[in-house]
Design a protein around this ligand. Structure first.
Ligand SMILES: *[C@@H]1O[C@H](CO)[C@@H](O)[C@H](O)[C@H]1NC(C)=O
Length: 169
């Protein structure tokens, strides 16, 4: 994929540069996650989820009850199995914030959550990125509900661009 990205960049399309930036973040997440445990969510899918939820802004801290580039709550992190950054302890004060504001640990949290709650939310016969995006936003039990417009729109645009890239090989 790296050389595909470079060819796209050389093409100089502004629209695609956004995608390249998003997938670069996604690939960084995945690269990190690779050394650790794998999960059901592809790196491109992680990229589109964080794109939809925060524009994949890695410097985001906490606002209200959500933190980091995936905007993760304490309950989501706990349901995901309380992953921690290296040397940390899940029961230590601040372990949640330290994890979900760190892109790799945040991605592991999404993987842990989807390992537990992944299912076919829209009834199309497969568990795919659309389902993970709905579960991320609506939770494991509410994922058949309606997604808010902005989230869905950003997610669908990202997915479309990823598919064009994949199809244009
Ligand atoms: C990312 O989030 C930080 C902290 O909220 C903000 O200052 C910055 O402008 C954001 N970056 C982008 C590219 O939106």
């Amino acid at each position: 994929m790296g050389s595909e990205m470079k060819r796209v960049m050389a093409g100089g399309s502004g629209r695609l540069l956004v995608l390249v930036a998003a997938t670069a973040v996604a690939c960084a997440c995945l690269g990190l996650a690779k050394g650790q445990e794998q999960g059901p969510v592809s790196e491109l899918c992680l990229g589109c989820i964080c794109e939809a939820v925060s524009n994949c802004n890695r410097s985001l801290g906490c606002n209200g009850d959500v933190c980091g580039l995936f905007r993760i709550t304490w309950a989501y992190w706990a349901d995901a199995g309380k992953p921690v950054i290296a040397q940390d302890n899940p029961d230590a004060d601040g372990a949640y914030v330290r994890c979900v504001t760190e892109p790799f640990c945040a991605a592991s949290t999404v993987q842990g959550y989807m390992r537990r709650f992944g299912k076919d939310c829209n009834g199309d016969g497969t568990v795919n990125c659309f389902d993970y995006a709905a579960i991320h936003r609506l939770g494991g039990y509410g994922c058949t509900g309606a997604l808010e417009y902005n989230y869905q729109n950003k997610f669908m645009n990202c997915q479309r661009q990823v598919q064009q890239l994949a199809g244009g090989k």
